[in-house]
Design a protein around this ligand. Structure first.
Ligand code: CUA
Length: 499
């Protein structure tokens, strides 16, 4: 069939367009201006890795030109030719060249030359590998632990006692020594403009270092396929000069401006089993590491029934710039959307399959409750860091409340502090922790020497010491010890009435 002329042109045009767009995509990935381009070097480690790359590239380039040049020369000059016989239509076929086999000199030569090239490349390669392992000897590196999780990054500052997630703050012009670990599967730590890649391997510790010369944000990415959300396992390195970095360090150990709001209770009830929010406190570092391991072990050993799994630390979330491991900017709107239906933003997140508030689908919360949690989280900003407007009103509201009886106060706290999210008031109904029904009747006989009231009081303040058979430790937040004496007594008074 003959194709009409104008269709031929369209077909050609399409071919041309698709080819040129493919080339454009390929070339744009080499752009040094892209935030994940390795062609921009933001520090000495990236520089060393880059230099090694260019050395290899040019050596390979020269070899390519020589080999291809020799090939093309041979193809053009030793083609089979036919020789026409003058005055006739006949042609003489080419005479086959003399056939040779084996040339010891040549064979030795083309074995030795590549071997020498490999040795020449190996020297700077091995040197660079070792130099990117340990920071320079006379330096004073900042030590951090980068822990890979499906699918987010935990960053620990062991010497400063700080834990955070998905945003790594570092000082400029100072080496950062990174200990690489993983809790679940193999991930790879990579900050394209700064350093990498190096794997985080469960049960094994790797090490690397990097340094950032200029303040700014640098994009990071997991570079080893680790499951469904691998491509969405990003992070951000925020490099600041030493003074600004120290401000952040201090701020991370400072309590937030406001702690009480409607959202706080909801957060405690629905989110706090997996997400820590109070790592500004003393000794919270050791606690967080233990709890994170417990969360993981719980989920790993019983994925069907576990009500918790390891999850990002949300302490001072209000000062972070991104959410969901780099998927979205940290805005109220995005945070609300994320809390409502995390899988819509990041497929693979375990929030919905683990947290009871989701029951596998969108959050079983009212619109204003989701907003309250988002506002509470965004208000988690260290005191003195900046101005916070959200929750200030609700704090005043709470302070202005008057209680007629301790029981009434206790009932308010039971809801407001999130207890009701995990503890049912009905006989035989278990949400997460034991039901509160008939608590007073059984508490007196639990621990010898403790009255029922004392037992309840102690269980609220030091839950891990009074774990009921069949329930796991470290599930209940250990923060109620911070409630006032009056509030704790009110809670006990209220709980005594549940029967
Ligand atoms: Cu973690 Cu890919």
């Amino acid at each position: 069939m003959k194709i009409p002329h104008k269709f031929m042109i369209t077909k050609k045009l399409l071919k041309y367009l698709s080819l040129s767009s493919l080339i454009a995509i390929l070339v744009s990935s080499c752009s040094p201006h892209h935030e994940q381009s390795t062609f921009t070097n933001a520090g000495p480690v990236a520089q060393a890795q880059s230099e090694l790359f260019y050395l290899m590239f040019w050596i390979a380039g020269i070899i390519f030109v020589l080999v291809q040049g020799a090939l093309i020369f041979a193809l053009l000059n030793f083609r089979r030719k036919e020789h026409p016989i003058p005055g006739s239509d006949f042609k003489l076929p080419d005479i086959p060249p003399k056939q040779v086999h084996g040339n010891t000199k040549l064979e030795i030569l083309w074995t030795i030359i590549p071997a020498l090239i490999l040795v020449a490349i190996a020297v700077p390669t091995v040197q660079t590998i070792y130099s990117t392992y340990e920071p320079p000897e006379d330096s004073d590196p900042l030590e951090i632990v980068a822990m890979g999780h499906q699918w987010w990054w935990e960053f620990r500052y062991p010497n400063e006692g700080i834990v955070t997630a998905n945003e790594l703050r570092v000082p400029t012009n100072r080496p950062v020594k990174v200990t690489l670990q993983s809790q679940d599967v193999i991930h790879s730590f990579w900050i394209p403009q700064v350093a990498g890649k190096k794997d985080t391997v469960p049960g094994n510790t790797n090490q690397m270092w990097f340094q950032v010369d200029e303040p700014g944000n640098y994009s990071g990415q997991c570079a080893e396929f680790c499951g469904v959300a691998h491509a969405r396992m990003r992070f951000r390195v925020i490099a600041e000069d030493e003074a600004d970095f120290n401000v952040w360090l201090n701020a991370m150990k400072t309590p937030p401006k406001t702690t009480s709001s409607e959202g706080y209770g909801l957060f405690l009830a629905h989110c706090s089993m997996c997400h820590s929010i109070d790592s500004y406190m003393n000794e919270s570092y050791e606690k967080e590491i233990t709890v994170q391991d417990d969360r993981w072990a719980d989920w790993f050993h019983n994925q069907e029934e576990s009500v918790r799994v390891s999850a990002p630390n949300l302490t001072h979330l209000g000062i972070r710039t991104m959410l969901a491991a780099g998927q979205k900017d940290m805005t109220r709107e995005n945070l609300i959307a994320w809390i409502k239906d995390p899988s819509d933003i990041k497929q693979g997140t375990r929030m919905q399959s683990v947290a009871t508030v989701y029951q596998g689908g969108v959050a079983k919360l009212k619109e204003h409750e989701v907003e309250a949690i988002a506002d509470y989280l965004l208000s988690q900003i260290p005191d003195g860091w900046g101005s916070v407007s959200t929750s200030a009103e609700s704090l005043e509201e709470a302070e202005a409340m008057v209680w007629n009886t301790p029981e009434e106060h206790g009932e308010y706290l039971f809801v407001n502090q999130g207890c009701s999210g995990c503890h049912s008031l009905n006989e035989d109904e278990v949400i997460v922790g034991p039901s509160m029904y008939g608590l007073i009747d059984r508490s007196g006989s639990k621990v010898e020497g403790l009255s029922a009231e004392e037992y309840i009081y102690q269980s609220i303040t030091y839950p891990n010491e009074y774990i009921v058979d069949g329930y796991a430790a470290n599930v209940m937040p250990q923060i109620f010890v911070n409630l006032s004496e009056e509030e704790l007594n009110a809670l006990v008074s209220y709980l005594k009435t549940i029967k």
